[in-house]
Design a protein around this ligand. Sequence first.
Ligand SMILES: C[S@@+](CC[C@H](N)C(=O)[O-])C[C@H]1O[C@@H](n2cnc3c(N)ncnc32)[C@H](O)[C@@H]1O
Ligand code: SF4
Length: 459
Amino acid sequence: MTGLPSPDPLKFAFTAKTSAHASRGGARPLALDDKDWQAWWQTATEAEERALYIHVPFCKKRCSFCNFFENGANPARMSRYMAALCDNLQQAAKTPFALSAPFSAVYVGGGTPTDMAVDDLARLAETIQGFPLTQDAELTLEGRLNGFDEPKWHTALAGGFNRFSFGVQSFDTQVRQQAARIDDRARLLERLAELTRYDEAVIVADLIFGLPDQDDAIWRQDIADVMASGVHGVDLYQLIAMAGTHLDRAESKGKPGWAADSQQRASMYAYGAHTLEQGGWQRLSCSHWRRSETEQSRYNQMAKRGAEILPFGAGAGGNVHGHGLMYGRDLAPWHQALADGRRAPGMVMGRNPNAAMDALLRGALDTGRLSLALLPDPLRGQLLPLFQVWQQYGLAALTAEWLELTLAGRFWSVNLQAGLFEYLQLNPLAGAGERGPHANAAAVRPVEIVGHSVTGLRR
Ligand SMILES: C[S@@+](CC[C@H](N)C(=O)[O-])C[C@H]1O[C@@H](n2cnc3c(N)ncnc32)[C@H](O)[C@@H]1O
Ligand code: SF4
C-alpha cells in the first residue's frame, strides 16, 4: 500500500509493476433477463458524459509481448464480423437510450482495427455517424502503421475519424523483429511523416520500454525518433509480463534474452519523461504526453473518470446505466446471438456503490494530481495517513489542497492506485458505501447473464 522506504524511490519503492490497471471490486454480478435488457435500451441515460467503445478483435500477427491478440485477421472472417458489428451498431443507434444524449468520444480499439478492409472501414464510419455525436466528438481508430495505406487513411478521414492511435512500441528494427513487429524503422518514420504532414488528424504513438534487447541507447533513440516523427501525442508504457505471451513462454523456458530490470526501466521512464517535458511536450497523465493541444486523449480520460461507455463487439467492455458490461470473446456465440436477435453473451455487474469515488481517485492518480477538496470529510481524514507515508517515501508531495505525485510516484502510479484501493478495503470507515474488509470478495467471480450460455469469458 505504502511502497517501501528507500533513498531512491523511483527505482526501489516497489519491486515490480504487475498489472496495467488497478481497481477494487464493489459490484456484484447481476442476473439481468431479456426484459430488463430491452428496458435498458428504452430508458434515457442519466450520465453526464458518454462514449462508444467498438472492439475489433483481429490482428495479422501475434506480437511477442502482447496478449491482446484474439483472432487472426483472415479477410473473410473479419468482413463477416464487421458486417454483423455494423448491423448491431445501426440497431442500437436508433434506440431511445442511444438517442437520449450525445456522445463526445468514440474509440475503435483492438486488436488491430486498421487491418479491416477499406469498404468495412467506410461502413463503420458511416454507422458511427448514425449516433448522436457532439460537434467536437473525438473519433479514434486504433491499430498499426503496417497496412494502413492511403485509401484507408482517406476513407477514415472522410468518414469523420479525427484521431489515430498507432502502436509503434520501438523504432529499433532489431528490437522490432524480435518482438515480431512487421515494419522497419525507416518505413515507420516515413509513414508517420506522411500522416502528420498536413495535420489533418491527431496522430498518437505508443512506445514500450523494457522490450528484449531494448537497451538504454536504443530507448534514447526511440524517444528522439518519436519526438521528431511529427506525432501529436505519445504514450510511454512499461513492459508488463503477461501470461500466455510468446515472451512469457520464452522466459519460462529460461531463454528470455537480455531485458532491462525494474530499476533500469525506472531510469528509462525518467529519461523519457524529462526529455519530452524539456522538449516542450505537456504531460496529460503519468504515461501520456502531447506536443499539440489538438491532442485531448478524451476517451482515455473519460474511461478513467468512469463515464458511461457503450461497448460493442466480441470482447468489448463498458459501463451502461452505471453497470459494468463485458461481452464474451468467442466469435461463434457472439455471431449466433446477434443472428438470432439475442443479446451477445457476456457478464453484467450490479451498480458499484463506490463507483464515483473510485473513478475520481483512479482518474486523479492517473493524471498525477488529486485535489483534496474533492474528498468528502471522513474519507479525507482516513486517507491522509496513507498520503503522508507516500510523501515520506518520496512518492508524493502533500499540501493543504493537493496531493501531487513525484516523478517516482508517477512511475509507480498503478501500484499506488492498487495500494489505495487495498487501503480502502481494509478500512471500512474510509469510503462512503464501504461494507467491511471482505465485502467485495464475491464480486470478482464472473457469473453468466441469466438465460444465455457464456462460453467466451475467461475465468
Ligand atoms: C490493444 S494494443 C493495440 C496495438 C496495435 N494493435 C499494435 O499492434 O500496435 C494497445 C497497446 O498496448 C500496449 N501493450 C501491449 N502489450 C503490452 C505489454 N505486455 N506491456 C505494456 N504495454 C503493452 C502496446 O503499446 C499497444 O500499442
Ligand atoms: S500489439 Fe497489436 S498487433 Fe500485436 S498482438 Fe497486440 S494487439 Fe495484436
